[in-house]
Design a protein around this ligand. Structure first.
Ligand SMILES: [Zn+2]
Length: 105
């Protein structure tokens, strides 16, 4: 994994420390019909409702405010969850970049 990628993942809250782990790129073969992928993974945003969030919901607070609190509590966005899956070796950056609802790029 390049240093630049590590810094990016660190800023996104995915990496906590430097790593020598590789990041995979997809390469096709006959078995996967040239896609380089096997199976599918689901990306999900999991947001536990804390007392603080429940209070915001009850007050009808704007989504942006709830999102800010959730992120402060360590909740990952869909895009960030995708980045985590890259680090875990389950998918590739080029695949996550295709997501239309990314927070950047
Ligand atoms: Zn293959």
């Amino acid at each position: 994994m390049t240093r630049q990628m590590q810094e990016y993942l660190y800023r996104q809250g995915i990496l906590k420390a430097p790593t020598t782990d590789p990041i995979f790129e997809s390469a096709g073969c006959d078995e996967c019909h040239g896609t380089g992928y096997s199976g599918r993974i689901a990306l999900m945003e999991m947001c536990p409702i804390t007392m603080e969030l429940a209070d915001l919901v009850a007050r009808g607070a704007p989504i942006s405010e709830m999102r800010k609190i959730a992120q402060a509590n360590g909740v990952l966005s869909l895009y960030q969850e995708g980045l985590r899956q890259i680090v875990d070796g389950h998918t590739t950056y080029s695949e996550i970049k295709k997501l239309s609802y990314t927070s950047e790029g």
